[in-house]
Design a protein around this ligand. Structure first.
Ligand SMILES: Cc1cc2nc3c(=O)[nH]c(=O)nc-3n(C[C@H](O)[C@H](O)[C@H](O)COP(=O)(O)OP(=O)(O)OC[C@H]3O[C@@H](n4cnc5c(N)ncnc54)[C@H](O)[C@@H]3O)c2cc1C
Length: 466
């Protein structure tokens, strides 16, 4: 342990402290959990009492352990790992659920910033925090009772979009006591989790488990209704909605910006490609597929193309492996399945025959000339052009929000709908925006954090508490 000395004179050795909290557990003054993170707790006193022999510098002290600090929804990782170690799986899942309405899903696909921050990684390997969450969710979900609202508030909130942002907002508001409905245009709830992330990475029964828990708190999910087309803000107000949260994500694929991009057979945008597979449509990708991009969506498209029967799938990315945003585990899985990755490569133009794609003109790149944020730019290397054969080209270079909903009277503030990133307010007083739609493409846990924040802002707005 990193703490030594007699009870009244503890010594914290900062070099060895890994915020495991074993000292706090052993210390009788720390048995009250609520004391642990308080400034005047024993831990706080250890840091400040001059009588004590302390080697910690102020800048070394974090209000929370690093794993918890790195998590957008501040999961008490230390707490639930300890409960799992004691075989208290139900309590572990209850603790996880207190901050995270989608624990089963996160056990599969969270990008786990907690593990990147885990101090155990300095010694050997980070703890497998995501797998432990997955284990707790699998072991204890059947024994968990639905959460009862703490009050009954005679106000209705409509959330547009049932992705992680919308689901998290709905769960928080239902727990608080509001009547909550979600309007979803797709025929199944879950957002990108239901049709973007492939089933081989996120089984649909796992998604359903978390959604069932949320609907059991009283959230009503209405699918197959498109906001802006089938229903408007005006309709919602007429049926008694007091506040609206728009959480429609980023559903529009960015273009490769190549000539005649959309007009050739054999071209697909990744979300359309993944959605067709999720809908059970028969896809014939041909023998050779090129995927352009470097994120999880690109990796998912490449792996899906192989599973759809392509003989050869090559992913091209204009930067290097260090810059690639896709999760390392996903890249490893793609390579092991046979996906070829060509780094420092970008497409220049399509090669076609009879309006069908037969290949791509490509060029090698190098990183130089930093942009405004200091990020090195991929620049073409002169004389390095080459040709790649392809029956299908999938573009996976990012997504943006579809602002069709603006027809409803919402206005843009610069390029964003949200006028205030703190309040998540739009130009209409009772309309808020959250998740990827408001902040740009992110991750499941970041979208959830934003959804929870939107719920808090709506509650403050409706209750006049701020
Ligand atoms: C292929 C792919 C793989 C990914 N992999 C990972 C991963 O492994 N880990 C990770 O953390 N993140 C991953 N992400 C990112 C993550 O999925 C998103 O950041 C997250 O889903 C965003 O949540 P959201 O609720 O803001 O929006 P979304 O999940 O996009 O949900 C928005 C919902 O709104 C609905 N909607 C849209 N317009 C309307 C309308 N007009 N009316 C009614 N409903 C509407 C949509 O149908 C959708 O259900 C991945 C993304 C992609 C594309």
């Amino acid at each position: 342990m990193a703490v030594e000395g007699r009870t009244h004179k503890p010594v914290v050795d900062v070099e060895r402290c890994s915020f495991c909290a074993a000292c706090m557990e052993a210390c009788p003054a720390e048995i009250m959990p609520e004391m642990r993170q308080e400034i005047d707790s024993m831990r706080g006193k250890i840091f400040s009492d001059m009588d004590m022999q302390v080697h910690l510098k102020e800048e070394d002290i974090l209000p929370l352990p690093k794993c918890q600090n790195a998590c957008p929804i501040s999961q008490d990782v230390r707490g639930y790992i300890r409960l799992i170690a004691r075989k208290q799986y139900k309590e572990a899942l209850e603790l996880i659920r207190a901050a995270n309405p989608l624990p089963s899903i996160c056990g599969y696909v969270c990008h786990h910033p907690c593990e990147s921050a885990c101090v155990r990684g300095n010694l050997d390997e980070a703890l497998s925090i995501r797998s432990l969450k997955r284990f707790a969710a699998a072991a204890a979900t059947p024994s968990l009772m639905p959460v009862k609202p703490v009050a009954s508030i005679n106000k209705k909130i409509t959330i547009i979009g049932s992705g992680p942002a919308g689901l998290a907002a709905a769960y928080e508001l239902a727990k608080t006591g509001y009547t909550v409905e979600i309007i979803e245009s797709y025929h199944r709830p879950g957002g990108l989790l239901a049709w973007g992330i492939p089933e081989f990475r996120l089984p649909r029964d796992i998604l359903q488990k978390d959604i069932d828990f949320i609907t059991q708190t009283g959230v009503d999910i209405r699918t197959g209704i498109e906001f802006g087309k089938d229903i408007t803000l005006f309709d919602l107000e007429k049926t008694g909605t007091d506040a609206v949260i728009i959480a429609t994500g980023t559903q529009k694929g960015l273009k490769l910006e190549l000539e005649n991009e959309n007009s050739y057979e054999g071209y697909s945008e990744c979300l359309q490609f993944l959605r067709s597979i999720s809908d059970g449509m028969k896809i014939e990708p041909g023998q050779q597929v090129i995927v352009v991009g470097g994120g999880n969506a690109a990796i998912d498209s490449a792996r899906s193309a192989l599973k759809q029967g392509a003989a050869k799938v090559c992913l091209i990315y204009r930067r290097g492996p260090m810059e690639m945003p896709a999760d390392k585990e996903e890249v490893k899985a793609a390579l092991s399945e046979g996906v070829d990755i060509k780094f420092f490569t970008m497409p220049l133009s399509f090669i076609t025959k009879d309006n069908r794609i037969t290949g791509l003109h490509c060029v090698k790149t190098e990183l130089k000339d930093p942009d405004g944020q200091g990020r090195l730019r991929p620049v073409q290397i002169e004389g390095s052009k080459f040709i790649m054969q392809a029956d299908m080209v999938i573009s996976a270079v990012g997504q943006k929000a579809d602002h069709e909903t603006l027809k409803n009277g919402l206005g843009l503030h610069g390029t964003k709908l949200v006028t205030d990133t703190d309040t998540l307010a739009t130009n209409l007083p009772n309309v808020f925006a959250a998740g990827d739609f408001a902040q740009g493409s992110s991750t499941v846990v970041e979208a959830m954090a934003d959804g929870k924040k939107a719920a808090k802002k709506v509650h403050e707005f409706l209750s006049g508490s701020k």
